[in-house]
Design a protein around this ligand. Structure first.
Ligand code: DHB
Length: 368
């Protein structure tokens, strides 16, 4: 009987509002995965049910509840921001439904439910590499500027602790609101403090505004370098940031310019299916999340079941467009390469060009 009913994936994403590009990227990637791999697994039809939570966690929780109770989804997936992923955790636990987090990146998310599996990244995972790079490259005094919620606080802490360990110093830690941020007063303060560099984390979609104001205020000309997690030089926006972005060094797990055959194929297919849109790190989290779900369902012979799916998600190892990845069976979090990149021009377009790699990085934020 189970075999003849469709296998339902409830995909909850911000399709409107401040985080809408995250939703657009992940939806496109999920649909690309299905187009490339078919909409059946072991003869069982895969049904994607897309819901827009506008990135309000109360809405996410209500939609997750409805998807589980009314639609009887087999998997919950998506989750554009940390509060949305956390709001769903108790529902995943109670209903024994795997929750595949494709975007949100606060370290502690995977500890909120034993049914959470993550295919995005964590901020500690990517921030530490930049704090190792900076002091070897003349950057000793840093001011940090982060969005004032989970991932920003992770980025701030792990960057600072590692930089301090390496003999550098974070002289001031600034936090800007997540909703409708105004970066101007913070950047003015940074200008007055005159650090060697400003370290920034803002979520996907907010990077272009930071870059614009950084350049408008002449921070670069005042000798202050911009360094950031790759969320800031987001492939969804980077090419429109202008030549002022050239030379900005970031650390992250995915660049559309990652030089592998698998990535070239992914970028071409994604772009072709979406009017030339360049995939960003959110798209890769969505694409790999679908793969983890498909492979888990295959392993259960098409039967599914929350606990069986979860067991089949743990330990998966495969080549992603980002490079080799592994779902750690203990933490249910993703282990992956972290790349140092510099914004450069390639064929007239701005890209994050990788120049160094730290292999197989586990989330350093896990307590156990
Ligand atoms: C989160 C959201 C983002 O858009 C991002 O780039 C990183 C983290 C989050 O809310 O967890």
């Amino acid at each position: 009987l189970a075999q003849s009913t469709p296998f339902k994936i409830g995909l909850i994403l911000p399709m409107t509002g401040q985080q809408a590009t995250t939703g657009r990227q992940i939806e496109a990637a999920a649909r690309l995965y299905m187009a490339q791999n078919g909409d059946t697994v072991n003869g069982r039809k895969i049904e994607l049910i897309l819901k827009d939570d506008t990135s309000l966690p109360d809405t996410t929780r209500r939609l997750a509840q409805e998807l589980v109770v009314n639609d009887k989804v087999d998997v919950l997936a998506g989750f554009g921001i940390t509060p949305s992923a956390l709001a769903t955790a108790p529902i995943a636990t109670q209903s024994k439904t795997p929750e595949v987090v494709m975007a949100a990146a606060t370290s502690s998310i995977t500890e909120a439910s034993p049914y959470i599996v993550r295919t995005s990244f964590t901020l500690p995972q990517v921030s530490v590499a930049l704090a190792d790079w900076a002091p070897k490259n003349g950057i000793k005094k840093v001011v940090s500027l982060v969005s004032d919620y989970g991932p920003g606080i992770d980025a701030e802490k792990f960057f600072k602790d590692r930089l301090t360990f390496n003999g550098g110093q974070v002289t001031e830690s600034l936090r800007v609101p997540l909703r409708n941020p105004d970066f101007a007063p913070f950047l003015q303060k940074v200008r007055d403090l005159k650090p060697d560099a400003l370290f920034v984390f803002v979520p996907s979609g907010a990077g272009a505004a930071v870059m614009k104001q950084f350049l408008e205020r002449g921070m670069d000309k005042a000798g202050i370098k911009l360094i950031a997690t790759g969320d800031v030089t987001d492939d969804d926006q980077l090419n429109d940031m202008g030549d002022g972005a050239l030379g900005v060094v970031t650390s992250h797990h995915y660049s559309a310019a990652h030089p592998s055959a698998a990535n070239k194929k992914f970028v071409e297919a994604f772009s072709k299916a979406n009017k030339g849109l360049r995939p960003n790190f959110m798209a890769v989290g969505g694409y790999d999340g679908m793969r983890v779900i498909y492979e888990a369902l295959k392993k259960t012979g098409g039967k599914g079941g929350g606990d069986a799916l979860l067991a089949a998600m743990k330990g998966q190892i495969f080549e992603s467009p980002r490079g080799p990845v592994f779902i750690d069976a203990q933490t249910r979090d993703i282990v992956q390469n972290v790349y140092l990149r510099k914004v450069e021009k390639k064929d007239g377009q701005l890209y994050n060009v990788e120049f160094d790699v730290i292999k197989d990085v586990k989330d350093p934020g896990k307590t156990k």
